[in-house]
Design a protein around this ligand. Structure first.
Ligand SMILES: Nc1ncnc2c1ncn2[C@@H]1O[C@H](COP(=O)(O)OP(=O)(O)OP(=O)(O)O)[C@@H](O)[C@H]1O
Ligand SMILES: [Mg+2]
Length: 336
């Protein structure tokens, strides 16, 4: 069966100007650099990685909100255009986005029900009375009491606002929701409610999620597959049970080891990566992780490793791991 979403060798490079003495020089920033993944209907792919690794850029490329430098995105087998033509508008009805900051995503001047109705109005579906009934039923099912429907965004709590954003994203019954840090702006107890709600919605509506977060606990809870990004590239992809119990790439090992030990029982010590992430504007050839990897050897400095399947469900981009049989992957030295 064709996956709902296929991302093939996708890249976004920016031409930037860097101050240099009294003038400037030109450089290329590889925000996303040749990533590939797929997502099946009704499934969740978690995308994790530190700030600036290219998660939001990936989300925007998937939705055709910006032009890719290279590669393509297929949604339901159809190429997603980056020009806002009729094909794009048609596809966008079935691909929606949920942003981190619900207040920023809503219009402060409009009652929230008007904003939930907006996509139906834009896409001219059915009649206004039917629209209203649909919006009210959806908002009620997402836990928004009737008394909240005609309020303005600033009159709601953060959790209520994110439910409004979700209602607006779901009103056209999309098959893909791209969620960019959907709970990061909420406090912990509200985060749990919204996560549960997203899971219920997925069960009821069969919607797939590309779920972006830097919170590994949340990603572990919601994902069927997790992709780990580092400086614009996917360095490992695996089901969460495997990734969190036996991370293989040295960068994934460091990320997982940073999860509090109560939760992460198997990893006793925290792996402290050496050095800062390299400047994305002056990357050397070879592996993107080479400067912080204690196992880097000549080959890692010369050749960029390709994301390679180790099993049917698991892929890693590491020269050292490609050599090693599974189960012998204690690559990174630990230090407390
Ligand atoms: N318009 C732009 N011009 C130049 N560089 C950009 C532009 N937009 C983003 N970048 C750079 O691209 C890289 C990836 O940015 P992106 O927003 O995708 O990161 P992110 O993983 O979403 O980070 P965060 O977790 O902080 O949201 C960053 O180095 C960023 O500075
Ligand atoms: Mg981001």
């Amino acid at each position: 069966m064709t996956p709902l979403l296929q991302v093939q060798n996708l890249a976004k490079h920016y031409a930037v100007r860097i101050p240099d003495g009294l003038g400037h020089r030109r450089a290329t920033l590889r925000a996303v650099d040749g990533i590939s993944f797929s997502l099946s209907a009704g499934q969740t792919l978690g995308l994790v990685g530190e700030s600036g690794c290219g998660k939001t850029t990936t989300a925007r490329l998937v939705l055709g909100l910006m032009q890719a430098t290279q590669g393509r995105v297929l949604f339901e087998g159809q190429s997603v255009p980056s020009t806002r033509d009729a094909t794009w508008r048609d596809l966008r009805q079935r691909m929606q986005m949920v942003y981190q900051n619900p207040l920023g995503a809503l219009d402060r001047r409009l009652p929230v029900i008007t904003q939930v109705l907006e996509p139906l109005r834009i896409h001219h579906r059915s009649d206004p009375l039917e629209h209203m009934e649909q919006a009210q039923a959806l908002m009620a099912s997402l836990g928004l009491a009737k008394s909240l429907w005609s309020r303005y965004p600033h009159e709601l709590s953060g959790g209520q606002r994110q439910r409004v954003v979700l209602s607006r994203a779901l009103i056209l019954k999309p098959s893909l929701l791209v969620c960019d840090e959907p709970v990061s702006a909420l406090d912990v107890s509200i985060q749990a409610q919204v996560i549960n709600l997203l899971q219920d919605v997925q069960e009821l509506m069969g919607v797939a999620y590309l779920f972006i977060s830097h919170d590994l606990k949340v990603v572990r809870q919601v994902s069927d597959q997790v992709a780990v990004m580092y400086l614009g590239q996917i360095v490992e992809q695996a089901p969460p049970a495997q990734l969190f119990s036996e991370p293989l790439h040295p960068y994934s090992q460091a990320l997982v080891s940073a999860i509090p030990s109560l939760w992460n029982r198997q990893q006793k010590t925290k792996i402290v990566l050496q050095g800062e992430p390299p400047n994305p504007l002056s990357l050397q050839s070879g592996c993107v992780f080479q400067q912080r990897c204690p196992y880097a050897e000549d080959r890692c400095r010369e050749q960029s490793p390709i994301l390679t399947p180790l099993t049917s469900e698991r892929q890693v981009a590491c020269h050292m791991l490609a050599q090693k049989p599974q189960g012998q992957n204690t690559l990174v030295e630990s230090c407390s």
